[in-house]
Design a protein around this ligand. Structure first.
Ligand code: KG4
Ligand code: ZN
Length: 326
C-alpha cells in the first residue's frame, strides 16, 4: 500500500491506495473553506496552521495500515509553500519512522490521475483541460512523463475568476459552486459580456478582462446576482470552448478528452464540453465529482505509477516548488 498526503492549498487529505489493484482503501479530507470564507480567499498562514492540526488527526486513523506500507507519497509542487511544507514534513517523519521510500508528486499530475482512481489502467494519450483555482491549461498528456502544454492562462485562472466574482457579489468562498448555483436561476443573456481573446489567434486563456467587465457592471447599478452569474458563466465557458475548438480544428489526431481540477465539477461546463466532444467525435473522461477538488486519493493514484517507475527521492533532496508548472 501507498500512503499519500495532500496539503497544497486549503484541503488536508490522506489516502491509502493498494498497489496491486489500485483500490482506495482509505480516504479522508478536511476542508478549510469555512475558516477562509471570512477572508474571501485562502490565507496561506491560516491554511498552514489548520493543516498542522488536521493532518495528524487524519493520520491517527491510518495507523492500522502502517505495517503494509511500501512508500509515502506527498504533494511537493505547485501550491502555497507554507501549506506544502506541512505535508512534506509529515511525509518525511513517516518515512524515517517506518523506514519507507518517499515519492514527491506534482499536484497537477495528481489532478490528471484523478481520472484513474480505483482503475488499474491509465488511458493515454488524452487531451486534458485542467481548470482549478490556480491553473487553466489545455494539456496533451501522452504518458506520466510526457505532458505538452497547448494553452495556458495569461492572467487569472478559470476557478479563480469564479472566486473573484463571488467576492464582488459577497456570495462567499469558494466561489465556484456558489456562482454555479446562482447561475442556474439567472438569465445567461442578461449581460452581453464579450468573450476574451475572441479575435486573437493566440492559443491562450485570459480571465482578467472578463473580471473587469463584470466589475463595471456590478458597480454601475444594482444588479440581479443570478443574472450576473449566469452571464459570466456563459462567457467564461464560451472562452474555453472557442480556444479548444481552434486546437481541435487544427488536428484530428485526438480521440479522448478529459476535464480535471476543482472547477471540472461545474455541471454547465461539463455539459458544454460534452457537446463539444460529440461534435469532434471524442470520448469524454471526467473524475467522479468527489475527486475533482484537491484530495489525496488522486495523489495516491498518481503515486502508483511513480512507484512502478521507482521515482523515489532522498529525504534531503525533496524540494518544495510553489510555482512550478509542466
Ligand atoms: O483543484 P482545486 O480544488 O484547487 C486548486 O488546485 O486550485 O480547485 C479549486 C477551484 C476554486 O477556484 C473553486 O472556486 C473552483 O475550483 N470550483 C469551481 C466549481 N467548484 C470548484 N469553479 C466553477 N464551478 C464549480 N462548480
Ligand atoms: Zn488542485
Amino acid at each position: 500500500m501507498i500512503l499519500s498526503i495532500e496539503s497544497s492549498c486549503d484541503d488536508s487529505s490522506i489516502a491509502i491506495t493498494s498497489i496491486n489493484d489500485a483500490k482506495l482503501l482509505y480516504h479522508k479530507k478536511i476542508s478549510q473553506e469555512i475558516e477562509h470564507s471570512n477572508y474571501g480567499g485562502v490565507v496561506p498562514e491560516l491554511a498552514a496552521r489548520l493543516h498542522a492540526l488536521a493532518l495528524p488527526k487524519i493520520l491517527e486513523e491510518t495507523k492500522k495500515f502502517f505495517n503494509d506500507l511500501k512508500a509515502v507519497a506527498v504533494t511537493n509542487e505547485p501550491g502555497l509553500s507554507v501549506a506544502l511544507v506541512e505535508g512534506v514534513v509529515m511525509a518525511k517523519a513517516l518515512a524515517i519512522a517506518l523506514n519507507l521510500p518517499i515519492i514527491p508528486i506534482n499536484h497537477l499530475k495528481g489532478h490528471i490521475y484523478s481520472l484513474f482512481i480505483e482503475q488499474i489502467e491509465e488511458k493515454f494519450p488524452i487531451l486534458t483541460l485542467l481548470v482549478s483555482g490556480g491553473h487553466t491549461q489545455l494539456l496533451y498528456v501522452k504518458s506520466y512523463d510526457e505532458v505538452e502544454v497547448l494553452a495556458t492562462t495569461l492572467d487569472d485562472s478559470f476557478g479563480e475568476s469564479f472566486d473573484k466574482l463571488a467576492k464582488m457579489l459577497n456570495l462567499g468562498y469558494p466561489g465556484g459552486p456558489i456562482v454555479e448555483e446562482f447561475a442556474r436561476s439567472g438569465d445567461e443573456y442578461a449581460y452581453n459580456f464579450t468573450v476574451p481573446l475572441a479575435n486573437s489567434p493566440v492559443s491562450a486563456f485570459s480571465y482578467s478582462g472578463l473580471k473587469n467587465q463584470v466589475r463595471l457592471a456590478v458597480e454601475k447599478s444594482s444588479v440581479k446576482k443570478e443574472d450576473v452569474c449566469a452571464s459570466f458563466q456563459r462567457v467564461a465557458v464560451e472562452h474555453l470552448l472557442q480556444k479548444i475548438k481552434k486546437i481541435l480544428k487544427k488536428s484530428n489526431s485526438f480521440e479522448r478528452f478529459a476535464i480535471v481540477g476543482g472547477a471540472s465539477a461545474n455541471l454547465y461546463l461539463r455539459k458544454k464540453i460534452d457537446e463539444l466532444c460529440s461534435e469532434f467525435n471524442l470520448t469524454l473522461h471526467v473524475a467522479p465529482l468527489e475527486f475533482c477538488s484537491d484530495n489525496a486519493a488522486m495523489i495516491g493514484r498518481c503515486a502508483l505509477r511513480a512507484y512502478e517507475l521507482k521515482r523515489f527521492t532522498e529525504l534531503d533532496k525533496i524540494k518544495i516548488n510553489p510555482k512550478i508548472n509542466f
